[in-house]
Design a binder for this molecule. Structure first.
Ligand SMILES: C[S@@+](CC[C@H](N)C(=O)[O-])C[C@H]1O[C@@H](n2cnc3c(N)ncnc32)[C@H](O)[C@@H]1O
Length: 228
Protein backbone atom coordinates (compact mmCIF):
# COMPACT_ATOMS: atom_id res chain seq x y z
CA UNK A 1 0.00 0.00 0.00
CA UNK A 2 1.40 3.40 -0.86
CA UNK A 3 1.26 6.47 1.34
CA UNK A 4 -0.57 9.70 0.63
CA UNK A 5 2.36 11.13 -1.28
CA UNK A 6 4.41 14.24 -0.78
CA UNK A 7 1.62 16.78 -1.22
CA UNK A 8 -0.73 15.58 1.45
CA UNK A 9 -0.60 19.07 2.93
CA UNK A 10 -2.81 20.42 0.08
CA UNK A 11 -5.86 22.02 1.67
CA UNK A 12 -8.14 20.50 -0.97
CA UNK A 13 -6.94 17.00 -0.03
CA UNK A 14 -7.67 17.57 3.65
CA UNK A 15 -11.15 18.82 2.79
CA UNK A 16 -11.79 15.80 0.53
CA UNK A 17 -10.70 13.33 3.20
CA UNK A 18 -12.85 14.98 5.89
CA UNK A 19 -15.83 15.16 3.55
CA UNK A 20 -15.86 11.59 2.17
CA UNK A 21 -14.51 9.79 5.22
CA UNK A 22 -17.57 11.07 7.09
CA UNK A 23 -20.07 10.53 4.28
CA UNK A 24 -18.68 8.04 1.75
CA UNK A 25 -20.37 7.74 -1.62
CA UNK A 26 -21.44 4.16 -2.23
CA UNK A 27 -24.26 3.94 -4.75
CA UNK A 28 -24.82 0.28 -5.76
CA UNK A 29 -23.85 -0.42 -9.37
CA UNK A 30 -27.37 -1.43 -10.35
CA UNK A 31 -28.51 2.09 -9.40
CA UNK A 32 -25.46 4.08 -10.56
CA UNK A 33 -25.84 3.23 -14.25
CA UNK A 34 -29.58 3.79 -14.12
CA UNK A 35 -29.06 7.25 -12.59
CA UNK A 36 -26.30 7.97 -15.15
CA UNK A 37 -27.34 5.96 -18.23
CA UNK A 38 -24.75 7.71 -20.44
CA UNK A 39 -21.82 6.78 -18.21
CA UNK A 40 -21.05 3.25 -19.43
CA UNK A 41 -20.51 4.44 -22.98
CA UNK A 42 -18.75 7.66 -22.03
CA UNK A 43 -16.29 5.81 -19.76
CA UNK A 44 -15.56 3.08 -22.35
CA UNK A 45 -15.63 0.30 -19.75
CA UNK A 46 -15.61 -2.44 -22.40
CA UNK A 47 -12.94 -1.00 -24.69
CA UNK A 48 -9.80 -1.73 -22.67
CA UNK A 49 -9.58 -5.50 -22.36
CA UNK A 50 -5.98 -6.55 -21.66
CA UNK A 51 -4.85 -2.93 -21.18
CA UNK A 52 -3.31 -1.34 -18.09
CA UNK A 53 -6.01 1.03 -16.83
CA UNK A 54 -5.59 3.54 -13.99
CA UNK A 55 -8.51 5.23 -12.24
CA UNK A 56 -7.67 8.39 -10.30
CA UNK A 57 -10.12 9.00 -7.44
CA UNK A 58 -11.94 5.68 -7.66
CA UNK A 59 -14.31 6.40 -4.76
CA UNK A 60 -16.06 3.18 -3.71
CA UNK A 61 -14.89 1.42 -6.88
CA UNK A 62 -18.06 1.07 -8.99
CA UNK A 63 -16.43 2.24 -12.23
CA UNK A 64 -13.20 0.40 -11.41
CA UNK A 65 -15.19 -2.82 -11.19
CA UNK A 66 -16.69 -2.14 -14.63
CA UNK A 67 -13.21 -1.86 -16.14
CA UNK A 68 -12.28 -5.19 -14.52
CA UNK A 69 -15.46 -6.80 -15.87
CA UNK A 70 -14.47 -5.45 -19.29
CA UNK A 71 -11.15 -7.33 -19.06
CA UNK A 72 -8.79 -4.48 -18.10
CA UNK A 73 -5.83 -4.87 -15.74
CA UNK A 74 -6.94 -2.21 -13.33
CA UNK A 75 -5.24 -0.01 -10.73
CA UNK A 76 -6.62 2.92 -8.79
CA UNK A 77 -5.78 5.63 -6.29
CA UNK A 78 -7.92 7.61 -3.91
CA UNK A 79 -7.04 9.94 -1.06
CA UNK A 80 -9.97 9.01 1.23
CA UNK A 81 -9.40 5.97 3.47
CA UNK A 82 -13.13 5.13 3.67
CA UNK A 83 -13.39 5.03 -0.13
CA UNK A 84 -10.24 2.94 -0.49
CA UNK A 85 -11.64 0.45 2.01
CA UNK A 86 -15.01 0.26 0.20
CA UNK A 87 -13.29 -0.12 -3.19
CA UNK A 88 -11.07 -2.90 -1.87
CA UNK A 89 -14.11 -4.70 -0.46
CA UNK A 90 -15.95 -4.38 -3.77
CA UNK A 91 -13.02 -5.44 -5.97
CA UNK A 92 -11.83 -8.17 -3.59
CA UNK A 93 -8.32 -8.44 -5.05
CA UNK A 94 -9.32 -7.97 -8.71
CA UNK A 95 -7.63 -4.52 -8.89
CA UNK A 96 -4.69 -2.89 -7.19
CA UNK A 97 -5.99 0.01 -5.08
CA UNK A 98 -3.71 2.56 -3.44
CA UNK A 99 -4.31 5.22 -0.80
CA UNK A 100 -2.47 7.96 -2.68
CA UNK A 101 -2.52 11.54 -3.96
CA UNK A 102 -3.48 12.30 -7.54
CA UNK A 103 -0.69 14.90 -7.56
CA UNK A 104 1.95 12.25 -6.71
CA UNK A 105 0.92 9.00 -8.36
CA UNK A 106 2.83 6.00 -7.00
CA UNK A 107 3.56 4.49 -10.44
CA UNK A 108 6.51 4.53 -12.84
CA UNK A 109 6.52 6.61 -16.02
CA UNK A 110 4.62 5.23 -19.02
CA UNK A 111 2.96 2.40 -17.11
CA UNK A 112 -0.66 2.81 -18.30
CA UNK A 113 -2.58 2.60 -21.57
CA UNK A 114 -5.65 4.47 -20.31
CA UNK A 115 -6.20 6.87 -17.39
CA UNK A 116 -9.74 7.52 -16.24
CA UNK A 117 -10.92 10.01 -13.64
CA UNK A 118 -14.54 10.80 -12.97
CA UNK A 119 -15.52 13.75 -10.79
CA UNK A 120 -12.13 14.25 -9.15
CA UNK A 121 -10.00 16.87 -10.91
CA UNK A 122 -12.38 19.68 -9.92
CA UNK A 123 -11.76 18.85 -6.22
CA UNK A 124 -8.02 19.44 -6.46
CA UNK A 125 -6.50 22.88 -6.06
CA UNK A 126 -3.49 22.10 -8.30
CA UNK A 127 -5.15 20.34 -11.23
CA UNK A 128 -2.26 21.02 -13.63
CA UNK A 129 -0.04 18.92 -11.37
CA UNK A 130 -2.52 16.04 -11.81
CA UNK A 131 -2.50 16.52 -15.58
CA UNK A 132 1.31 16.32 -15.55
CA UNK A 133 1.05 13.10 -13.57
CA UNK A 134 -1.48 11.71 -16.08
CA UNK A 135 0.92 12.50 -18.95
CA UNK A 136 3.85 11.00 -17.00
CA UNK A 137 2.20 7.64 -16.26
CA UNK A 138 0.60 7.22 -19.70
CA UNK A 139 2.57 5.38 -22.36
CA UNK A 140 3.18 7.32 -25.59
CA UNK A 141 -0.12 7.34 -27.45
CA UNK A 142 -2.01 6.39 -24.27
CA UNK A 143 -5.45 7.92 -23.78
CA UNK A 144 -7.21 9.66 -20.91
CA UNK A 145 -10.84 10.30 -20.02
CA UNK A 146 -11.85 12.81 -17.34
CA UNK A 147 -15.16 14.21 -16.15
CA UNK A 148 -15.43 17.60 -14.43
CA UNK A 149 -18.38 19.80 -13.50
CA UNK A 150 -19.39 22.25 -16.21
CA UNK A 151 -19.54 25.93 -15.34
CA UNK A 152 -22.46 26.65 -17.65
CA UNK A 153 -25.09 24.13 -16.71
CA UNK A 154 -28.74 23.85 -15.84
CA UNK A 155 -27.84 22.14 -12.56
CA UNK A 156 -25.66 25.04 -11.44
CA UNK A 157 -28.38 27.58 -12.22
CA UNK A 158 -30.90 25.40 -10.39
CA UNK A 159 -28.67 25.21 -7.27
CA UNK A 160 -28.11 28.98 -7.32
CA UNK A 161 -31.81 29.73 -7.56
CA UNK A 162 -32.66 27.22 -4.85
CA UNK A 163 -29.91 27.88 -2.28
CA UNK A 164 -28.73 31.42 -3.08
CA UNK A 165 -25.20 32.39 -2.01
CA UNK A 166 -24.62 29.03 -0.28
CA UNK A 167 -25.36 26.98 -3.40
CA UNK A 168 -21.79 25.67 -3.52
CA UNK A 169 -22.41 23.72 -0.31
CA UNK A 170 -25.13 21.68 -2.01
CA UNK A 171 -23.10 20.30 -4.90
CA UNK A 172 -21.77 17.24 -3.07
CA UNK A 173 -23.35 14.70 -0.78
CA UNK A 174 -22.87 16.50 2.56
CA UNK A 175 -22.63 20.10 3.72
CA UNK A 176 -18.99 19.69 4.78
CA UNK A 177 -16.98 22.05 2.62
CA UNK A 178 -14.95 20.64 -0.23
CA UNK A 179 -12.87 22.34 -2.92
CA UNK A 180 -14.80 22.58 -6.23
CA UNK A 181 -13.86 24.22 -9.52
CA UNK A 182 -16.19 24.54 -12.50
CA UNK A 183 -14.86 24.20 -16.01
CA UNK A 184 -15.68 25.59 -19.41
CA UNK A 185 -14.53 23.70 -22.49
CA UNK A 186 -11.99 26.45 -22.97
CA UNK A 187 -10.53 26.26 -19.45
CA UNK A 188 -10.34 22.46 -19.67
CA UNK A 189 -8.55 22.70 -23.01
CA UNK A 190 -6.01 25.07 -21.53
CA UNK A 191 -5.52 22.80 -18.49
CA UNK A 192 -4.66 19.84 -20.75
CA UNK A 193 -2.57 21.77 -23.29
CA UNK A 194 -0.91 20.75 -25.54
CA UNK A 195 -3.18 17.66 -25.80
CA UNK A 196 -6.25 18.19 -27.92
CA UNK A 197 -9.55 17.18 -26.37
CA UNK A 198 -12.85 15.80 -27.56
CA UNK A 199 -15.52 17.05 -25.18
CA UNK A 200 -19.15 16.32 -24.52
CA UNK A 201 -21.64 17.43 -21.86
CA UNK A 202 -24.12 15.06 -20.26
CA UNK A 203 -27.09 14.95 -17.95
CA UNK A 204 -29.24 17.06 -15.71
CA UNK A 205 -30.53 19.45 -18.32
CA UNK A 206 -34.30 20.02 -18.29
CA UNK A 207 -34.65 18.14 -21.56
CA UNK A 208 -32.29 15.60 -23.16
CA UNK A 209 -31.73 17.67 -26.29
CA UNK A 210 -30.32 20.48 -24.10
CA UNK A 211 -27.69 18.40 -22.39
CA UNK A 212 -25.02 19.12 -24.98
CA UNK A 213 -25.23 22.83 -24.00
CA UNK A 214 -26.41 22.75 -20.39
CA UNK A 215 -25.27 19.35 -19.13
CA UNK A 216 -23.55 19.31 -15.74
CA UNK A 217 -20.98 16.63 -16.51
CA UNK A 218 -18.24 17.71 -18.91
CA UNK A 219 -16.38 14.66 -20.25
CA UNK A 220 -13.05 15.19 -22.02
CA UNK A 221 -11.08 12.55 -23.87
CA UNK A 222 -7.61 12.89 -25.29
CA UNK A 223 -4.26 11.36 -25.92
CA UNK A 224 -0.86 11.92 -24.36
CA UNK A 225 0.95 14.38 -26.61
CA UNK A 226 4.06 13.14 -28.34
CA UNK A 227 7.31 14.40 -26.78
CA UNK A 228 8.53 17.55 -28.54
C1 LIG B 1 -17.04 13.00 -6.07
S1 LIG B 1 -15.98 11.68 -5.58
C2 LIG B 1 -15.98 10.69 -7.06
C3 LIG B 1 -15.63 9.26 -6.78
C4 LIG B 1 -15.77 8.32 -7.98
N1 LIG B 1 -14.88 8.67 -9.06
C5 LIG B 1 -17.20 8.30 -8.46
O1 LIG B 1 -17.46 8.74 -9.58
O2 LIG B 1 -18.05 7.83 -7.70
C6 LIG B 1 -14.37 12.41 -5.62
C7 LIG B 1 -13.27 11.43 -5.22
O3 LIG B 1 -12.01 12.04 -5.46
C8 LIG B 1 -11.15 11.70 -4.41
N2 LIG B 1 -10.09 12.72 -4.32
C9 LIG B 1 -10.24 14.04 -4.06
N3 LIG B 1 -9.05 14.66 -4.05
C10 LIG B 1 -8.12 13.71 -4.34
C11 LIG B 1 -6.70 13.73 -4.48
N4 LIG B 1 -6.02 14.85 -4.32
N5 LIG B 1 -6.08 12.57 -4.78
C12 LIG B 1 -6.78 11.41 -4.94
N6 LIG B 1 -8.12 11.33 -4.80
C13 LIG B 1 -8.78 12.47 -4.51
C14 LIG B 1 -12.06 11.71 -3.19
O4 LIG B 1 -11.50 11.01 -2.12
C15 LIG B 1 -13.30 11.03 -3.75
O5 LIG B 1 -13.25 9.64 -3.64
Amino acid sequence: MSTYGSEYQLKSSELAITHWDKTPLNTPSDQRYVIYPWLKDAAEFRKHAGEQVLEIGCGAGADLEQFVLGGAIASAVDITPAHVQLARQRLDGRASIHLAEATALPFPDQSFDYVYSHGVLHHIERPRRVVEEIFRVLRPGGRFNVMVYAKWSFHRIHLMLRFGKRWNLYVENSRDPVHIDYYTKRSLRSLFAPASLKMEKFELAPAPFLQCWLGWFLVAKGQKPEAR
